[in-house]
Design a protein around this ligand. Structure first.
Ligand code: NI
Length: 178
């Protein structure tokens, strides 16, 4: 396994819509290796989600793994390692809530983003099986953030009040508890 290089905001791949992945490719040996490398990369970076475009691979693949409990995101729901291929999001309730989001491709910054808090995700698993997840709260925000990467979007695109985009140190010092 290996830790992969995470590209940063400004790299064109982060602004390029990613391609669907064929079922034969999902179950290939090389894809399995890629997923293992993405998990190692995510853990090495201390993140909770990683999309393939962030490692400069423009395919519709994202992983999330949320330890849960007290964290820099507050006291949050946990999620086991989940691998999403070709995910589609349906908003089940448009009521929104905001979180201070960060992104491994936008290191050192935090921004306050409001998103719907009740969504359904239809996707293919790493075995290329169809699956559905219904998510609420923080995890609903996490998948929307990750799947945005598959459409060439970043969380900063959603910040409506630019005074709520800031460096991590200053966020911790002045805003974390607000
Ligand atoms: Ni991100």
């Amino acid at each position: 396994m290996s830790v992969l290089n995470i590209i940063r905001m400004g790299h064109p791949t982060l602004r390029t819509p990613a391609s669907e992945v064929a079922k034969d490719d999902i179950v290939s040996t090389s894809m399995n290796t890629l997923i293992e490398d993405m998990v190692e990369t995510l853990e090495d970076a201390g993140g909770i989600g990683l999309a393939a475009p962030q490692i400069n691979l423009p395919i519709r693949l994202a992983i999330i793994q949320v330890p849960g409990g007290p964290s820099r995101y507050g006291d949050i729901d946990s999620a086991p390692l989940t691998v999403f291929f070709n995910p589609r999001i349906t908003v089940l309730d448009p009521a929104s809530a905001g979180y201070w989001e960060g992104c491994l491709s936008v290191p050192g910054l935090r921004g306050y983003v409001q998103r719907p808090q009740h969504v359904r995700v239809d996707y293919l698993t790493r075995d290329a099986e169809e699956a559905t997840l219904e998510l609420t709260g923080f995890l609903a925000t996490v998948v929307q953030h990750e799947f945005d990467h598959l459409d060439g979007r970043l969380y900063v695109d959603h910040i409506s009040d630019m005074s709520l985009l800031m460096f991590e140190d200053e966020w911790q010092r002045y805003h974390q508890d607000s």
